[in-house]
Write a protein that binds this ligand. Structure first.
Ligand SMILES: [Zn+2]
Length: 131
């Protein structure tokens, strides 16, 4: 994801995308994958991640735990949004967003489908088969 969009998400949800999250347990002082690599997916999922984070932060406002991202990446054509601190409801919200990513072009966000072009990827008609 390009830096401009990444920065918007980091600024809107600083608690979710904490670069130096407070150590949940003292044994784990390793930096998160996210703090090193950032958003490892295309620009097309910006809105999906934005809405996901807005919803997660809303649940926190109403008493749920604060979710902290460990890794955000594309894998097998869909979004993987790995976090610590999520309760069952927050995990379900994340699961929905991950499933929805299989219907949204990772490049542009238009409706698409997961296709096998040598590797699995989710693309709209105009971005598919242009490897
Ligand atoms: Zn597209």
């Amino acid at each position: 994801m390009r830096e401009e969009l990444s920065n918007i998400l980091r600024e809107k949800y600083p608690l979710i995308f904490a670069v130096n999250p407070p150590a949940a347990d003292a044994l784990d002082d390793m930096p998160t994958v996210f703090s090193i690599w950032g958003f490892e997916c295309g620009d097309g999922w910006f809105d999906l991640i934005d809405v996901l984070c807005a919803k997660l932060q809303l649940t926190t406002k109403h008493g749920a735990p604060q979710v902290i991202v460990a890794q955000v990446k594309e894998k097998f054509g869909t979004l993987r949004f790995s976090v610590s601190g999520a309760d069952a409801r927050q995990r379900a919200i994340i699961e929905l967003a991950e499933m929805m990513s299989g219907r949204l072009c990772e490049i542009c966000g238009h409706p698409g489908e997961t296709i096998d072009a040598g590797w699995l990827q989710t693309r709209c008609p105009s971005h598919s088969m242009k490897a």
